[in-house]
Design a binder for this molecule. Structure first.
Ligand code: AMP
Length: 217
């Protein structure tokens, strides 16, 4: 079977991270989220973290050369030999073109949901400060409020999930994404997934699209 080299595309809050985690578990390919990498580096106070902090907290794009280098290094790790799920990358046409020079994806999944659904999802999203697990106060609540089911860590709201930043991120998304979708459509590897329902409905749908695409029984 060919390596599953996938990119997950869609607006912030559409559920890419949640679907990517499920796909990663199901098929044993690593889930690589550039946003998670940056948040970890910021929390650790590393040099990379210091370079990207301001962009991430304001919902602005980190410069292409920085992101591309981070992704290139991560995809060179041995666990990516079987494939990968890129979540949050590419976000610009130059990132998509750069990716083709070192790890060309063979499936681009575009997740689609109306703006009202997205805003409701983002405003209720909470993540574990320790392990990055994702929750929603209404749709995917933890067993005990404010505490991660998996590791007991504190659940927090991402600084960039605050309403004033979300609006900016949706604007940035709209402006940048149309050409990227066109880029993958022209290559014939774009597939769309309706993500307007809740995760328990969308996840099986995503798994089915992937199984059919790669011819997995
Ligand atoms: P995310 O978790 O994917 O929403 O990413 C959070 C933030 O990290 C974004 O708002 C950007 O500031 C930064 N970021 C993540 N991925 C990229 C990327 N591919 N290009 C530029 N900035 C990125």
């Amino acid at each position: 079977m060919q390596a599953m080299r996938m990119v997950f595309l869609g607006p912030p809050g559409v559920g890419k991270g949640t679907y990517a985690k499920a796909v990663s578990r199901e098929f044993g390919v690593p889930h690589i989220s550039t946003g998670d990498i940056f948040r970890e580096e910021i929390a650790r106070g590393s040099e990379l973290g210091r370079r990207v902090k301001e962009y991430v907290e304001k919902g602005l794009l980190v410069p292409d050369e920085v992101v591309i280098e981070v992704v290139k290094r991560r995809l060179a790790q041995p666990d990516c030999a079987k494939g990968f799920i890129l979540d949050g990358f590419p976000r610009t046409l130059s990132q998509a073109e750069a990716l083709d020079t070192f790890a060309p994806p063979n499936l681009a999944l575009s997740f689609i949901a109306p703006d009202e659904v997205i805003i409701e999802r983002i405003s209720g999203r909470r993540i574990c400060a320790w392990c990055g697990a994702i929750y929603h106060v209404k749709y995917m609540p933890p067993k005990y409020p404010g505490i991660c089911d998996k590791c007991g860590g504190p659940l927090i709201q991402r600084r960039d999930d605050r309403p004033e930043v979300v609006k900016k991120r949706l604007e940035v998304y709209r402006e940048r994404f149309t050409p990227i979708l066109g880029y993958y459509r022209d290559k014939g590897i774009l597939r769309e997934v309706d993500a307007s329902e809740q995760a328990p409905i969308v996840i099986p749908r995503v798994l089915k699209v992937i199984r059919e695409y790669y011819g997995i029984e």
